[in-house]
Write a protein that binds this ligand. Structure first.
Ligand code: XIL
Length: 371
């Protein structure tokens, strides 16, 4: 139980009044799950749908999120059903990126983003906006132009105001700046750094805050979850922003990870803790766990994957400043991983038939045990 969440007490009381029905798992996966989460056969049985992941997460004082893609949202009824049932945080996977929204200067097409926001509102979900400033997915007109510092500032300011104002009161939190630190721990040599200089980061936060003073504002990055060159640089950056009174409320840990290199719970905890001392929240914003499909037994890989999801959920549950876990996609066949890394994989909680995987069960059990 998380001590910092008063609302949680009410929720767990309500949930206690619901009957938690366990049905036995006859699929022969129980040994694997027993090993995986250290429970007996009865307990490893599947929790019925009355206990969706979002309800279980909420009863443990957390939110369960996923990124969402516009195509399956429009075309796939099962996708919509699983999305609405299992998750209560939504991050538009691409629809709010600058390059997606703006085809010409001053010209915005919000159709996809609006549809995602409407779905979230209809299903009582919170929206985490992604992302206002990034070095990728930029409009061609901006990428290919020659801009003075003043012009680039004007473009960024207008972009942030246009998008944040439109979703004021609807988007609860924003990834304001995404991936501004390089793998070497220096400021990434992006078009924003080149045209505006390092101040673009604090400007972006100040403009986002002015556009929606109630929105929670995050710096988001990958490979900065544990302790190392990159996470130290992220820490230093957000520490400086705090010292300058820049309106930043938290850090997003993307958590794109893999069974070959499982994150150390201890290191992630220590990192979350030092951010708490700066008064910052942490969200797990884009979690997926690659299993590197090959001819080794799939069940072992799925068990290792489940363990990693479970460990990260536990780390977040234990930290007073970490309250949400988002996976980067609903089901394996919609994951960005196979396309981006050019090999088959299955990094998410649901398989291509929308069947819950061991990772789903492990997360359900973890939330259930922490209610
Ligand atoms: C990815 C999307 O998942 C893909 O669909 C798209 O083609 C490229 O971007 N870090 C981020 C996300 O912050 O925006 C990226 O999303 C994945 C890595």
């Amino acid at each position: 139980m998380k001590s910092n969440n008063i609302f949680k007490k009410f929720i767990s009381f309500s949930l206690a009044t619901l009957s938690v029905i366990f049905i036995s798992n006859c699929k022969g996966e129980s040994n694997q799950k027993t090993e995986l989460i250290g429970l007996n056969n009865f307990e490893t049985a599947k929790i019925t749908q009355t206990q969706s992941l979002r309800n279980l997460a909420e009863s443990a004082g957390m939110r369960m999120g996923t990124s969402v893609l516009i195509n399956p949202l429009r075309e796939d009824g099962t996708y919509r059903e699983v999305l609405g049932r299992e998750f209560n945080n939504l991050t538009p996977e691409n629809a709010m990126k600058f390059g997606q929204l703006s085809t010409a200067r001053g010209n915005y097409n919000f159709a996809d983003a609006d549809e995602i926001v409407a779905f979230a509102q209809n299903h009582n979900m919170q929206i985490h906006g992604h992302t206002l400033v990034w070095h990728r997915n930029l409009p061609d007109w901006f990428k290919n132009g020659q801009w003075s510092r003043q012009e680039a500032m004007k473009i960024l300011r207008e972009h942030i105001f246009t998008v944040v104002r439109r979703y004021r009161g609807k988007v609860t939190s924003w990834d304001v700046v995404n991936e501004a630190i390089s793998d070497q721990g220096t400021l990434r040599d992006s078009i924003w750094l080149q045209t505006i200089g390092p101040e673009y980061i604090e400007m972006a936060f100040r403009w986002a805050h002015a556009a929606d003073p109630k929105a929670r504002l995050f710096y988001n990055d990958y490979n900065a979850e544990q302790l190392g060159k990159k996470s130290h640089a992220v820490y230093k950056l957000v520490q400086q922003l705090r010292q300058k009174d820049v309106p930043i409320h938290g850090v997003g840990f993307q958590m794109h990870t893999s069974i070959k290199k499982p994150p150390s719970s201890k290191a992630v905890s220590a990192n979350i803790e030092r951010l708490e001392k700066l008064g910052l929240e942490v969200k797990i914003t884009e979690m997926d766990v690659k299993i590197h499909e090959d001819d080794k037994p799939r069940s072992e890989k799925l068990a290792a994957q489940a363990k990693i999801y479970q460990n990260i959920a536990n780390v977040c549950l234990k930290a007073p400043n970490c309250n949400s876990l988002t996976t980067w996609g609903v089901a394996d066949h919609w994951s960005w991983v196979p396309k981006f890394f050019n090999r088959t994989d299955a990094p998410l909680l649901f398989d291509e038939f929308y069947q819950p995987k061991p990772a789903y069960t492990a997360l359900s059990e973890t939330f259930y045990q922490n209610k």
